[in-house]
Write a protein that binds this ligand. Structure first.
Ligand code: PRP
Length: 185
């Protein structure tokens, strides 16, 4: 099928994704089921949407959802300058256990910034869950609370992850063929 043509190899298959989501959801359920507070999943747009949709259906306790979006500003010589372009509604977070949901952690800057922000907003607790982690790319120290798969430094797309806004709709996580991002075809 055409949308699979640019994929070099599959990194995490649909079956492996299902198994990772199920394992994460079980652990999250166990960790939060005795909390007196409401669980709030915050999906970071756009990459997290597919993972969030799968994860929330597997978690065995009631969860609310919200979305945020973060963009970097300035040029590449000023990494770390992040801007919230979609914020949470006015919400008293003191009654919530916040779990930030990401598709991937790379430099660690997005989640590091967001966790600080959510603590400042008064969240009762803040934890993070990511489908993928690329620890070899870290620029700031950050360790997620829950991780689906640790991957090497491949150009991963699919299951929400994009290249130039494409490939998010692939049901697996694959490695993009080098000629696609080298030539931009
Ligand atoms: C990706 C990913 C994380 C962030 C991780 O988002 O979804 O939010 O980058 O990178 P970091 O650890 O280096 O901060 P991206 O900005 O590509 O936006 P998208 O989710 O809309 O694709």
């Amino acid at each position: 099928m055409k949308k699979h043509n640019d994929i070099e190899k599959i990194l995490v298959s649909e079956e492996e994704i299902r198994s990772a989501v199920s394992t994460l959801a079980k652990k999250i359920t166990e960790d939060y089921e005795s909390s007196p507070r409401q669980l709030l999943l915050i999906g970071i747009l756009k990459g997290s949407v597919i993972f969030l949709a799968d994860l929330m259906r597997e978690i065995g306790i009631p969860a609310e959802i919200e979305f945020m979006k973060v963009s970097s500003y300035g040029d590449s010589t000023t990494p770390g300058h992040l801007n919230i372009t979609l914020d949470l509604p006015q919400l008293d977070l003191s009654g919530y256990d916040v779990l930030v949901v990401e598709d991937i952690i790379d430099s660690g800057r997005t989640l590091s910034f967001l966790c600080n922000y959510l603590h400042q907003r008064g969240a009762a607790s803040v934890r993070t869950v990511t489908m993928l982690d690329k620890p070899s790319r870290r620029e700031v120290a950050f360790v997620p609370d829950y991780t689906g798969k640790v991957i090497p430094n491949h150009f991963a797309v699919g299951y929400g992850l994009d290249y130039a806004q494409k490939y998010r709709d692939l049901p697996y996580i694959g490695v993009l063929k080098e000629d696609v991002y080298k030539t931009g075809s």
